[in-house]
Structure formats: structure tokens, C-alpha cells
Design a protein around this ligand. Sequence first.
Ligand SMILES: C[S@@+](CC[C@H](N)C(=O)[O-])C[C@H]1O[C@@H](n2cnc3c(N)ncnc32)[C@H](O)[C@@H]1O
Length: 495
Amino acid sequence: MESCSAQSSSPAFFVTVGRGLENFAADEIRAKLLASRVEVIEGKVFFCADVTKENLFSLKMVERAFVLVKKINSVRLPYHKVSGFRLLCKLALEDVRSWKAAACVWKRLHVSAEPSLSRVRQGGADMCPHAEDAPRKCKLTAFSEDISTTKDRSRNKDTLLYCAAEEEKEEEEAFQTTTVDLAQQRPPADIFPELLKDNLSFRVSFRCSGRNGRRYNPQELGCQLGLALTREFGWKADLRKPQLEVIAHLNNDIFIVGFPLSRVSLANRSWCRCPGLRPTVAHAIAVLAGVQSGAKVLDPMCGSGTILLEATMEWKSAYYMGADIDCSQLSSASSNISSSKQSIDLIQASVLALPLQSSSVDVIVCDMPFGRRFGRGNDIMSQTRSSLREMIRVLANSGILVLLVSQKMSQEVIKMVEEGKCCQYKTQINSAPVDEAKLPGHARECEPDERACGEDSSSTVDVLSLQELVPVSLGETEARIHKYVKVQHEGKRTS
Ligand SMILES: C[S@@+](CC[C@H](N)C(=O)[O-])C[C@H]1O[C@@H](n2cnc3c(N)ncnc32)[C@H](O)[C@@H]1O
């Protein structure tokens, strides 16, 4: 069993992160917060750091941030429910100093209301380009009624607890916990002076899954934890508008308790008037693109411009351009750009015929159409193949292409690239150079099976080389980020 806060002089935190983005978030936390003891599990990153409100809330890859009160590995609640409740409360409250420390950090860092952030709800299933992110359900624990009758019940419970404790002794010892008498652990009257003075109101949100979830109801667990907190610290339950939310997650691997530092997700962006791709995923695409100073960056299917906007905020000294075939998408992008006060050029164009010179762009980022709104099947695959060909054409040699594609399309795109079905053949007949300026936005292209274009021709083949593949979750949809670099092969061909 481990408590991060007990092992570091810096306060302990954890953040929730979209599936697949954990390592991006961990890197960002190390770099921006100079964090230590960074630990990644699915959907969460734990760390210790001395943070200010500003740098904590500047994180771009995370959903929500919490002060960590308690983290215990591998908790298995006993079969007998009363013993289970007792063990859970004991584990949660056995070190009241961690509650005090966490409460002080929470008081310093929490943001009670973010009108500018909550103005726009982002990532809703209805708005998202891939019909992603079904609204998350949160279980609130109703224990306020129980509190009025705590005294009567606790008498009965004490009896029950006493009996059960004897019965379940062996099982509890398997967790290597020391038996703690909560009464002896009661903190001195001044342990939460400020919070008690404020007459702190709170509620517990409990999530429970795995084998513990099969036996225990999260409401009941939250209720028991809430009662224990009221007994210990005198906090007042308020399910509607609590000052402090206590969240507890219990699954097969871990039991964590924490205090959220904001009500809304850090993934919400103040500039976002027209939501598109989830900003954390867009940010990961921008990170993978590795935009260098002075680079020309293109999103040829920019929608509301989320990926480019995420990139401009972080890497300002580059030139950004967005293209989309759909005027209404371009006006969404324009609205976001003006509210962000960033500079991005927009053009209406098809990705199948971009009005750009060959090899003129250093980085392409693209969230390919898929999902309910964009159809599927052969149509979309042949469109994808043609789109890739055109992207390769405008991309400079050694340029970077980062694509977001659905999990289903991912394998097909990899195959398509490996088999050279979207590569660009440029042919110079009799070594006479092709004057690209005279071509309408296109170099001379041949289909892969149309290779012998001249009697005595030299050709180059532009291909993509796969660098990274990152599975990410878009809520309801699973997707993959592909990162490629454009490589040019040269060869003289004679018929
Ligand atoms: C998945 S959405 C992109 C969403 C975008 N990343 C955002 O954050 O809003 C795909 C976009 O591709 C555009 N699109 C579809 N076919 C296109 C084509 N042939 N040329 C250019 N854009 C196209 C659609 O209008 C749509 O905006």
C-alpha cells in the first residue's frame, strides 16, 4: 500500500486523462510542473509537485485535476458488507494528516467557478465531428438523511462492527493494515480550523468497479464514507452545492480518494465557440507533429480548426493554414480563431486538389472524416487514398504528416501506405525537368501501375514512412493517431 503524499515533501495530485493520452500527459506534467514521482495508470496520472494555480491549469492534455488524499493499491473488501464498510472507512481515514494536508492544498488551488470555461460545453456527443463522448455519468451519494440519525444508528452499527470485526479479522489482516480505532484517531479541535470555521459543506462521489463493484453498491460505500467524514471532521453534507467534493474510486487495482480542483474539465478551452475534435486529442496531434519555428503547417480538413488552434497556442512562431470544403466549417473555424486572437489563414478547398505548390508544406495535421456523419465503406477508403496522395504531394521532403483515423480505418490506411497505393510518382521524361508552376496545383503524377511514363525517364517516388501509432479514445469511438515522415526514393527507369 502506498500513499504518494507520505513519500514526498511536495503535495500529491492526480489527473484524469483520455485513454491513450496518459503518456503525453505525463510528459507534459514533468515538463511544465517539474513533477516528481510521476506514475501512469489507465486514464490517470499521479504526481507530486509544488504547483501554482496558473501552471496547474495551463495543462493541455488533462481532463480534471485532483489533490490526492489517499492512494492504496489492491484493496479487496471482505464479503461481509459491514466489515467492508468498516475497512473502507478505516483505510480512507487512517491517516488524518493526509486529509489535512490535502484540504490545505485544495483551499489554495481550487477554482470554484469558471464562467468563461463553463459557457461552452465541449465534446458533447451531438457536437463532436465523430459523434464522440457520450455524457459521463457521475454517481452522487445520498447520505444526508443518514446524518440526522447517525447517533442512533452508530450504536447499532458499533455492535455490528464489533461482531463483524472478530469474524473478518483474518481477511482484514491479508491487507496488512493495522487496526485503527477511529475514536483514538480523532484529530485535535484545531486540525481543520479554517475549514471548520467555514462550516464546510461536502458530498461524496463514489465509483466502484471490478470484484468490489460486484458485491458493493457505490452509493452505499459513498454513504458510509460520508458519515465517517462527518463524524471525524464535523463537515456538513450538501448534495446540491457542496463547497468540497470528495471523490473516491475503487476497482481491483486501486482505491483513491481526492478533491477535485475545478468543477469543469481543464480540456475546455476559453476560445472555443464552435467545438470540434476533443482539444486534448487535438493537442496530442500537435505535439506529435513537433512544429518547429518558421514551419508551414497545414490542416487540409480543418473543420472548426481545433488542431491548428491547439498548435498555435503552444508554438506561435510558425505559419498556419486551414482548408475545408465546407463553408460552414470554415466559418466555425473563423469564429474560434477570432476568439483565440491567433493567426491562421483559411481557404475553401478540397483535399483532393489543394491550391498549393508541391513540396511547399512542412507539417500536415489532419483529422480524417469518419463516424456517423461522414459515412464508411469503400467510398471513404477511396477518398482517403486520394486525399493521402494529395497530402503527400504538397508535403516537403522529410515533412511530417499526422493523421487521426478511426480504429477500423487504421489498418487499411497502414496497408495502403505500405503497399504504395497512395505514393506519388513524379516522372521527368528524358530528364527534362517538369515545370510545376505550369501545372494546375499538381506535379505530374502517375498511378502506381502506370510507371513507365517515358522512353527514357527518371522518376522519384514519394512515400510515407510510419513513425508512431497511438491508440486514443474519442469517447464512444476508438481511433488512432498515425505519424509519418515523407521520404523520397530516386531511380532512373528505362523502358
Ligand atoms: C472530422 S472533421 C474535422 C474536424 C476538425 N478536426 C475539428 O476539430 O473541427 C472532417 C472535416 O473534413 C471536411 N471535409 C470532408 N471532405 C473534404 C474534402 N474533400 N476536402 C476538404 N475537407 C473535407 C469536413 O467538412 C469536416 O470539416
